[in-house]
Design a protein. Structure first.
Length: 254
C-alpha cells in the first residue's frame, strides 16, 4: 500500500498548493488588478479574492498616500546660479487599472518625472524667488507633475522643496549682503534717534528761554541726584546768576 500512498500524498499537496494560489486576501487599502489569460478583467478587493488557478494573475496596488524623495538635482537658475535642490512628493493611486496598464512601473516613472520637472521649473526661476517664494514654486511643481501623471491614474497632492544648497561663494556674498543691510538699518535707527533727541533738546531750550527759572530747577535736581551717590566729595559749579546781585552791590559802592 505504500507505493499507492505516495502519489496520493503528492496529489493532495499539489491540490493544496493550487488552492492556496487561488485564494488571496487583500487589505482595506489594497486593490488587485486581475488578468485572465493576459486580458484585464477588472479590479478586486479588499477582502477574500478567488482566482482561477493557472489562468488568473493578479497585481496588487496600494491606495495609500506614498511619500517619495526626489534626489538632489543640479539646477542652473535663470540668473545663472548653480544650486543643488532636493524635494519630496506626496501622491497616491486613484485608478489601479491605469497605474498598471498605462505605465510599466508607476513608482519609477513618477520619480523620473519629478526629477526632470524639478530641474525645468527651477531653471526658469531667479534665485531670490526660489528662496523667498517657496510656496509658489511648490504649487507650480505640484500642478505640472499632477497633470502629467493623471493619465497613469495617479494623483499628486503635494510637492515640497526641502533644501536649496548654494555654492560657497554665493553663501559668503549673501552673508556680506545681510551684514551690510543690518549695518544700514542700525545707522538709520541711530540717526533717527539723534534727530529725535535734537528735536527734544530744541523744545527744552525754547522752554528754558521762556522760563529761566526752569534752568535753576534743573540745576537743583542735578545736585540732588549727585548727592544720592556714594561720593566723599562733591564739586559743583555755582551759577553766575546767584552771584550777580553781590557783584552789582560791590560795583555800586563808592
Amino acid at each position: 500500500m505504500l507505493p499507492f500512498g505516495i502519489p496520493v500524498l503528492v496529489l493532495i499537496f499539489l491540490a493544496i498548493a493550487v488552492l492556496a494560489s487561488a485564494i488571496r486576501v487583500l487589505k482595506e487599502y489594497e486593490r488587485g488588478v486581475v488578468f485572465r489569460l493576459g486580458r484585464c478583467i477588472g479590479v478586486k478587493g479588499p477582502g477574500l479574492i478567488l482566482l482561477v488557478p493557472m489562468i488568473d494573475r493578479m497585481q496588487i496596488v496600494s491606495l495609500r498616500t506614498l511619500v517619495m524623495d526626489v534626489p538632489p538635482q543640479d539646477v542652473i537658475t535663470r540668473d545663472n546660479v548653480t544650486v543643488k535642490v532636493n524635494a519630496v512628493i506626496y501622491f497616491r493611486v486613484i485608478d489601479p487599472t491605469r497605474a498598471i496598464i498605462e505605465v510599466e512601473n508607476y513608482l519609477f516613472a513618477t520619480s523620473q518625472l519629478s526629477q526632470t520637472t524639478l530641474r525645468s521649473v527651477l531653471g526658469q526661476s531667479d534665485l531670490d524667488h526660489l528662496l523667498s517664494d517657496r510656496d509658489r514654486v511648490n504649487a507650480e511643481l505640484q500642478a505640472i507633475i499632477d497633470r502629467q501623471t493623471d493619465p497613469w491614474g495617479i494623483k499628486v497632492s503635494s510637492v515640497e522643496v526641502k533644501d536649496v544648497e548654494l555654492p560657497e561663494e554665493m553663501r559668503r556674498a549673501m552673508a556680506r549682503q545681510a551684514e551690510a543691510e543690518r549695518e544700514r538699518r542700525a545707522k538709520v535707527i541711530a540717526a533717527d534717534g539723534e534727530y529725535q533727541a535734537a528735536a527734544k533738546l530744541g523744545e527744552a531750550a525754547e522752554v528754558i528761554e521762556k522760563h529761566p527759572v526752569a534752568l535753576q530747577l534743573r540745576y537743583l535736581q542735578t545736585l540732588a541726584e549727585i548727592a544720592t551717590e556714594n561720593n566723599s566729595t562733591t564739586i559743583f559749579p555755582v551759577p553766575i546768576d546767584l552771584l550777580s546781585p553781590f557783584v552789582k552791590h560791590q560795583v555800586n559802592q563808592p
